[in-house]
Design a binder for this molecule. Structure first.
Ligand code: SF4
Length: 149
């Protein structure tokens, strides 16, 4: 993850005001949308306001990931479906979640697994599995969670 120039992480130092953890289930429209929406939020609000946490760094106990998460004012999770993988991993690492967003519940997305098309050799370009509207709605929910008092 890149950081703003001149900002150096130290334990407890608030390099990013808030952290978003997206589940990023790579083989479903919902998981990919979670990641893309989180990236759009960072683009819109800037890295000082919010960064994307490396979800895999929590169970593997990566020090900067813990440090940045501890320093965050708010931790927001974005999960594609009711399995809520991101929320469960963040909670298992001992962090309090300010807002949990689930795209099937909160955006009304229908989960579509890409492996069905891969098995039948019918894969389409990635963006054809996604909806700009869903990404936008998810982005707005994340921004609202971050900016709300
Ligand atoms: S929450 Fe759902 S979409 Fe996200 S990684 Fe877990 S199973 Fe996949």
């Amino acid at each position: 993850m890149s950081e703003e120039k001149g900002v150096e992480w130290k334990a407890g130092k608030n390099t990013h005001e808030n952290i978003v953890y997206a589940c990023f289930g790579g083989l479903s429209n919902t998981g990919i949308t979670a990641a893309m929406a989180a990236m759009e939020v960072v683009k819109e609000l800037g890295l000082q306001k919010v960064a994307i946490g490396c979800l895999a760094g929590l169970p593997t106990k990566v020090d900067p990931v813990y440090g940045k998460t501890r320093a965050a004012v708010k931790v927001v999770t974005v999960d594609g479906c009711p399995f809520e993988c991101g929320k469960k991993i963040v909670e298992a690492a001992g962090f309090k979640i300010a807002k949990s967003i689930v795209l099937t519940r909160d955006v009304g997305m229908k989960k579509k697994a890409l492996h069905e098309d891969i098995i039948t050799n019918n894969t389409k370009p990635l963006m054809e599995y996604l909806s700009k509207d869903d990404i936008e709605k998810a982005k707005e929910l994340i921004i609202k969670a971050i900016l709300s008092p």
